[in-house]
Ligand binder design. Sequence first.
Ligand code: UDP
Length: 246
Amino acid sequence: MSEAALLDSVLGLPVHLMDDYISWLRSRLKQEIGTHVITLNAEMTIQAEQHTALAQAIQQAELVIPDGAGIVLYMLLRGKRIQRCPGIELAELLLESIGQTPTPYPIFFYGGAPGVAAQAAKNWQQQSPHLQIAGTEHGYLSATEVERLKQTLQKLQPRLILVGLGVPRQELWIAQNRYLCPQATWIGVGGSFDIWAGTKSRAPAWLGNNHLEWLYRLYQEPWRWRRMSALPKFAGKALVSRLTQT
Ligand code: UDP
């Protein structure tokens, strides 16, 4: 971790705080240091309590960024004002940064419904012709197709691999398969391909600025209510942890 990084913790899970994640990631890419980036939010924190493999993946990731409003509020309860860094924005900034000049960094998009990652790649390629998107694959492959994908990744050796399979599937997939491309930066990007392909939209900025992006997602995808029941649970735990200072 660079000097600017500060290691903190949220209910026992690590979170790395720094002013400039992009410079840090660019430096890792340049030095070919394998990196797993996790974008931590309240839902994931609660899931990790029951899911040992997910907790392990988070503990072992080289970079855990504070993605959700819950993490920001948790820190605020402890008197620390931190900046939220949504995973989709981190991935966008990194792609924009890489796309500024011709760079020899093959990129791979994996995940989403059939055609979505390919469309997202096409849109990025149009916007940033310098990007070298070496391949895409959708996220509903059969076991045989997954094996073929692994061989492709091993052959292509992409430097940046974005995996959008949802939480915790993407974190576990990266943790299990990062050995295939040990020099790559792997980021779990959730539904980002849907946004980049134009099949879904992000919450308006004013909702995000008021920590209410989750409300928009609930409106778009009402089936999320069950997953979102993790939010009050997280808030309760954050309060208890504040009161007992654990
Ligand atoms: N997805 C996938 N394979 C699966 C399950 C989900 O590729 O077996 C994709 C899905 O199409 C969507 C993304 O994973 O593009 C999950 O997005 P979501 O916004 O739900 O991610 P999360 O909130 O879990 O980060």
